[in-house]
Structure formats: C-alpha cells, structure tokens
Design a protein around this ligand. Structure first.
Ligand SMILES: [Zn+2]
Ligand SMILES: [Zn+2]
Length: 220
C-alpha cells in the first residue's frame, strides 16, 4: 500500500481486530506525512476549539451577541502541511485525497450517532469548476452519508468589503424548498476560521426548526 500524499510504500501491519472484523482501519498516510499534521492540543476555547486559550474567545462572544451559541469541534490545526493538503485537494482537484483523513474523521463522526449530517454546499459555479464538493468527499470517504438540505447562490466578490460589511451582507445560503429539517444536526465544513459561514448557517437551520445544531470541521 502506498501513502496517498507522498507515494512511498508503507509496511502494512494487520492487527488482530482488522482481521477479525475485516475492517479497513489502516491509515492512508505514511508515518512521515502523518507527523506533519498537528492535532489540536489540550488548551482551546471550549466553544470553538481555537487554540492557545481556555475560556470563551472573542469570536465566540461576538456570536453569542448575535444569538448563536457556538458548539464546534475540529481535529487538526491549519498548519503548513494542512494548507498544502488543501491546495492539492481543492485547488488542484485531486479527488483521491478525500481519503487521506478518513480514519480520523470516522473516529470523530461516529460520536454523533443521533445527529443527521449536513454539509456546507458550494455555489453552482464553484461546484462546476472543481467538479466535486470537497466536504462531501471527506464525509463519504469516512463512510457517512448526509442530507441535502442547503443550497448556495452565487455571490459577488467580497474582497473589497471589511469584516462588518461582510457579516452584514445577506447570507448566500438557503434551505431547499420542501425538505424536512431534522431536530438534531451536525453541520460540517472543511475549515473553520472566523466561523462566519458555519455559524450563520447554523442560525438559519435553528430558525427553520432544528433544536440542536452542532458544527464540525476537519481543521480549525
Ligand atoms: Zn507519505
Ligand atoms: Zn471560541
């Protein structure tokens, strides 16, 4: 078996449980590549997992004032290795790389048994250009399905706007007509930075009737 990222051949160690359960829990990464990614440590904002502090961060206080109680979990930090990964996966469009983190993701996502998964969608143009939704790829590779509740409309570029202008603009996401909103939702994205997108979509789903919306990203 070859490492999905660097291509070097890996020694595969068959564990008793993988033989017994015929379960494919082998990592798709060699130890060298694996060691370049950094898992979020012990100290982080209890609401959003921002690292380096142990109380509610300023962003989460901001969201609280906006009526959103942030409840986010993530696995990895956005270090250089992760930036390189997303540049290959998203921008070079290497769909095979969706499997790189599947064992980590499956470990985390199986904790949300009572929740229906919903993925942050791409706009139609973005989807057409990339050919796939990178978040759907990650979730499917980890062995989970998701509900198709949301759509994203095209929006004009927002680079000229400042933060408050961006937050004030209309949300480009909407709920598809005729869908049923489940009570418990895990809303999934690839990367959480300010949380602007995912927390505004969380609020949208809560306003549409969801009782408990938690959020999740591979990277924070
Ligand atoms: Zn490797
Ligand atoms: Zn926070």
């Amino acid at each position: 078996m070859k490492c999905l990222l660097c291509g070097q051949t890996m020694k595969t160690v068959l564990t008793f449980s993988s033989l017994l359960l015929l379960k494919n829990d082998a990592s798709c990464l060699c130890l060298d590549c694996d060691s370049t990614f950094e898992r979020i440590g012990e100290e982080y904002c209890p609401n959003c997992m921002k690292i380096g502090l142990s109380t509610k961060c300023q962003d989460c206080q901001f969201w609280c004032k906006e009526g959103v109680e942030v409840s986010h979990r993530a696995i990895f930090t956005y270090n250089q290795a992760m930036k390189d990964f997303f540049s290959r996966y998203k921008f070079d469009g290497d769909f095979l790389l969706r499997k790189v983190f599947s064992s980590f993701l499956s470990e985390e996502l199986k904790k949300y048994k009572e929740y229906q998964f919903v993925v942050i969608p791409l706009s139609p143009d973005r989807y057409a250009n990339r050919g796939f939704n990178q978040v759907e790829g990650l979730v499917e590779a980890a062995g989970f399905s998701y509900l198709d509740l949301l759509e994203k409309r095209e929006e004009r570029t927002s680079s000229s706007k400042n933060r408050s202008e961006r937050l004030a603009t209309e949300l480009p996401f909407f709920i598809k007509s005729g869908v049923t909103i489940p009570k418990k939702i895990l809303l999934i994205d690839d990367i959480y930075t300010t949380g602007a997108t995912i927390n505004r979509v969380k609020k949208l789903l809560e306003e549409a009737g969801a009782k408990d919306v938690k959020t999740f990203s591979l990277v924070r």
